[in-house]
Design a protein around this ligand. Structure first.
Ligand SMILES: *[C@@H]1O[C@H](CO)[C@@H](O)[C@H](O)[C@H]1NC(C)=O
Ligand SMILES: *[C@@H]1O[C@H](CO)[C@@H](O)[C@H](O)[C@H]1NC(C)=O
Ligand SMILES: *[C@@H]1O[C@H](CO)[C@@H](O)[C@H](O)[C@H]1NC(C)=O
Ligand SMILES: *[C@@H]1O[C@H](CO)[C@@H](O)[C@H](O)[C@H]1NC(C)=O
Ligand SMILES: *[C@@H]1O[C@H](CO)[C@@H](O)[C@H](O)[C@H]1NC(C)=O
Ligand SMILES: *[C@@H]1O[C@H](CO)[C@@H](O)[C@H](O)[C@H]1NC(C)=O
Ligand SMILES: *[C@@H]1O[C@H](CO)[C@@H](O)[C@H](O)[C@H]1NC(C)=O
Ligand SMILES: *[C@@H]1O[C@H](CO)[C@@H](O)[C@H](O)[C@H]1NC(C)=O
Length: 760
């Protein structure tokens, strides 16, 4: 028993820094000698104003004037990317000395090394209340006419999910290109495909799978009889199945950087997309060096909302990046679909897990178990290649921890060593989030809690045998939804006053299009490959698709209004009416913290009729907010917003007209805080709303006025919320108090709900 506990602790230490598998990690740039060139992103500022206003030729010429010359000895051009709307500047190959010399050229602002960024890796439309009878899909014509720009790893153009279902041509404003190789062409579904990578092959064709999966979740055409290995079958559909898709490949294995990302934003804005979907991030807490922050701000200036995945670094807190208020950040929720595998031990104990491979009848009947992890090496604990040597695994069920390599790869290794089946056990922090993967041998993926029990039974009786059977695809699993253990959580390190993530959306066992044969990386000519993936990468495109439906129905809504509608209508109770729980629990599932779920789980139908929205139209109003961030000087803010800024007036994050409220107080500081908000009527012209407050414990909340009356659509009303600590008025350092403010319409049809968070 003691042995097993040590094993688990061992795993924690070894795997602490390991990314979840849908995050594509890239090697760091090699250390280079002084005369070697690297790619730098260079910010400059033209004396005549934003470079956007220059002609293309003037801009290119002016940018070139910063370089020592146009070509390197190797014959490679120095210029990698030139930007026009996303930022003023370019990316170029330079030596550190050349960069140093460039700094003395007038109008030079800043240079930084181009850093790597990472990809974050269909039942869901029905789950979200979208079906042919539902009014949102019907009213919005399933997003017809809306263009979703997807910045990702490319696309599989001939996949069934991207077949044109008979769409009208893209709107006249569309200016994008189709750079597909011979043999492929764009359609009214996939209207644009371009590549902005700078190393290796430059093609919009997806060689990763990530971009294909993400794009089809957002706007894939309906595909009947989709499924993986016969499981989760049904009609696969994107959230906005009649929206146009424009793919910008900014991230291949050999070339996935900030510089590419900014170029993708640049082109998407110029091309005229309506929304930007991005499931890419960098561990970069400095906003002024962060391509997602810079690109999305430029998009915002052009009225384009950016939807971004929150990241897969959960459940550890404070690991969100680019968590600025103008991006809609999406965490991942576990859904109610279970592709069930059952493990029965000879002692009578039964465990429920998952596998997409469901052989019938099962060949894993009454087999001995074996645990290479007794050897306590990182390799044996996680069943890496070579680690089976010395263990008699032939014909047995092998126990393996998750981590380091894909679960399906572990099964391959077990199979090659003669093992008959595999039990894959979660790490402690992965808790209850399990997946249905396309294994090649009978397999079951179990939660950490179940894994510990299995290991304990095995430790107590090494003669125990196991049988794995398969029960197909089941719906209605409880509790549901829950927060996926890997979903990144707040609080934001920088933005004390902005609650992040904003919402959660389905992100576990999501069936969507795939370029390869399931369980392999083999290119196949089957245009109906689907796999189930997990990650906030899969959650974000659900929200992008929904945002497209809302944009179609409400063309006049600003990016902030769309974001507000999605946030204030989100729910925080599960299907049993209990608070949504967190998969990342070691014992019983705990209630999910506000920093895991934000405003709650998306509710698309309600988002179409939010009643009131927290709008924030003037992008310049974000400048005093950026200036208020700790350590942010004028020069940094200038780079973020792409215009000269002299920080003067400051506006704290809690003052941003945000659809959630987060304040810090009482440690030791003030015992009260007052925040102002403004809401705009987007419901019926004549409306009256009454404030209803769920007070955080130990906090008095006064909303004034308590009622808001409107007589016209578009009318705005201000209100104030004063929060004060009752009792001793002291908070402990890690206290997090949660409450809610709801504006309830007189008709009772709308509840404009905002979470309230009070921290020390
Ligand atoms: C770069 O520097 C290295 C030594 O640091 C030297 O061996 C090499 O010849 C130099 N290459 C060029 C192109 O100057
Ligand atoms: C460009 O500049 C580099 C470094 O200063 C130099 O080695 C190279 O010869 C130049 N190329 C041309 C074509 O002048
Ligand atoms: C366990 O590990 C040791 C070295 O750490 C090795 O010598 C031994 O063969 C391993 N046992 C098995 C069964 O592989
Ligand atoms: C394991 O390693 C061997 C030898 O290097 C290799 O042939 C085999 O393909 C590897 N298996 C897997 C599943 O990676
Ligand atoms: C396991 O089986 C072996 C051989 O059949 C036997 O000697 C041993 O006592 C058994 N162990 C337990 C804990 O039952
Ligand atoms: C495509 O698939 C069919 C049927 O599986 C096969 O006969 C054909 O050779 C494949 N073509 C290519 C180019 O792989
Ligand atoms: C807030 O606290 C200050 C002192 O810290 C006090 O003067 C003021 O009256 C308080 N305001 C409210 C609304 O409680
Ligand atoms: C709401 O407050 C803002 C800023 O304080 C002010 O400019 C605006 O006029 C107010 N609007 C209404 C309807 O009172």
């Amino acid at each position: 028993m003691a042995n097993i506990t040590t094993n688990i602790i061992f795993l924690i230490l070894l795997l602490f820094l390991h990314h979840t598998h849908t995050t594509l990690s890239l090697p760091l740039l090699p250390i280079t000698s002084k005369n070697q060139t690297k790619v730098y992103v260079i910010h400059v500022m033209h004396p005549d104003g934003p470079t956007e206003l220059l002609t293309h030729d003037d801009r290119e010429k002016w940018y070139l004037s910063f370089l020592p010359n146009a070509t390197l000895d190797s014959g490679e051009p120095r210029m990698v990317h030139t930007y026009s709307v996303a930022m003023s500047g370019f990316a170029a190959r330079l030596t550190p000395d050349e960069v140093r010399r460039m700094k003395s050229i007038p109008n030079f602002l800043f240079a930084h090394l181009d850093k790597p960024v990472h990809l974050r890796t269909t039942h869901t439309p029905t789950l979200l209340g979208l079906n042919q009878y539902n009014s949102l899909w019907q009213k919005s014509s399933q997003g017809e006419g809306i263009i979703i720009g997807v910045l990702d790893s490319g696309i599989t153009p001939d996949h069934a999910s991207f077949v044109d279902p008979g769409l009208p041509p893209p709107p006249l404003k569309w200016r994008g290109l189709c750079d597909l190789p011979a043999g492929f062409s764009c359609t009214n579904k996939l209207i644009g495909a371009q590549a902005f990578t700078h190393k290796g092959k430059k093609t919009p064709i997806d060689e990763e799978g990530h971009g294909t999966h993400v794009a089809a979740i957002a706007a894939g055409t309906k595909v009947p009889d989709a499924g993986v290995l016969g499981q989760a079958s049904g009609t696969a559909s994107g959230m906005a199945p009649r929206a146009h898709i424009a793919m910008y490949n900014v991230c291949t294995k050999s070339s996935c950087t900030n510089g590419n990302l900014i170029r993708g934003f640049d082109q998407a804005i110029i091309d005229g997309v309506d929304l930007i979907q991005i499931s890419i991030g960098a561990k970069n807490y400095d906003y002024s060096l962060n391509g997602v922050v810079i690109g999305s701000f430029a998009a915002l200036k052009h009225g384009i909302l950016t939807v971004n995945s929150a990241g897969n670094s959960g459940p550890f807190k404070s690991i969100l990046d680019n968590d600025v208020p103008w991006i809609l950040h999406v965490g991942a929720a576990n859904i109610d679909r279970h592709v069930t595998a059952i493990l029965k031990l000879s002692n009578g104990m039964e465990f429920k897990g998952m596998s997409a491979y469901q052989p019938d009848p099962s060949t894993a009947v009454d087999l001995p178990l074996i645990y290479p992890g007794v050897n306590q090496t990182q390799e044996t604990l996680t069943c890496q290649n070579g680690s089976m040597a010395g263990f008699d695994v032939v014909g047995k069920i092998v126990l393996c921890g998750t981590g380091y390599i894909d679960k399906t790869e572990k099964a391959e290794i077990v199979k090659a060593a003669g093992g008959a089946a595999i039990i894959v056990i979660n790490q402690p922090w992965e808790g209850y989030t399990i997946n249905a993967d396309p294994y090649s041998i009978p397999a079951i993926h179990v939660s950490y809690n179940d894994g510990i029990k299995i290991l304990n039974y095995f430790a107590a009786d090494p003669n125990v045998t196991g049988t794995i059977t398969f029960k197909g695809t089941n719906y209605g699993t409880r509790p549901s939804p829950t927060v996926a253990s890997f979903s990144s959580r707040g609080p934001s390190l920088l933005n004390g006053g902005i609650l992040k993530p904003d919402v959660i959306a389905p992100g576990v066992n999501i069936l969507s299009a795939w370029p390869f044969k399931p369980g392999t990386h083999e290119i196949s000519n089957n245009t109906k490959n689907f796999i189930m993936e997990r990650g906030t990468s899969m959650a974000a495109p659900h929200v992008s698709g929904i945002a497209a439906l809302l944009k179609k129905l409400h063309p006049d809504w600003s990016p902030a209004a769309i974001k507000s509608a999605i946030m204030t209508t989100a729910y925080s109770l599960d299907r049993d009416g209990d608070p949504i729980k967190d998969d990342a629990s070691s014992g019983k599932r705990d209630r999910a913290n506000i920093f895991a779920i934000g405003a709650g789980h998306i509710n698309p139908t309600a988002a179409n009729d939010p009643g009131l929205v927290y709008d924030f139209i003037n992008t310049d109003d974000y400048i005093p907010y950026l200036c208020s961030l700790k350590g942010y000087k004028s020069a940094m803010v200038t780079r973020i917003v792409n215009q000269y800024v002299t920080c003067g007036k400051k506006m704290g994050a809690e003052e941003v007209n945000y659809p959630s409220i987060q304040v810090s107080m009482g440690f030791p500081g003030a015992k009260n805080q007052s925040v102002q908000r403004m809401v705009k009527n987007v419901g019926e012209a004549s409306a009256k709303y009454t404030a209803s407050v769920v007070k955080p414990s130990g906090v008095e909340v006064v909303v004034s006025p308590e009622t808001l009356e409107f007589s016209n659509v578009g009318e705005e009303r201000n209100f104030t919320v004063v929060l004060s600590l009752t009792g001793k008025g002291q908070l402990k350092k890690d206290d997090v108090l949660e409450g809610r403010l709801k504006w309830v319409s007189q008709s009772g049809k709308q509840e404009v709900s905002s979470p309230i968070v009070v921290t020390a």
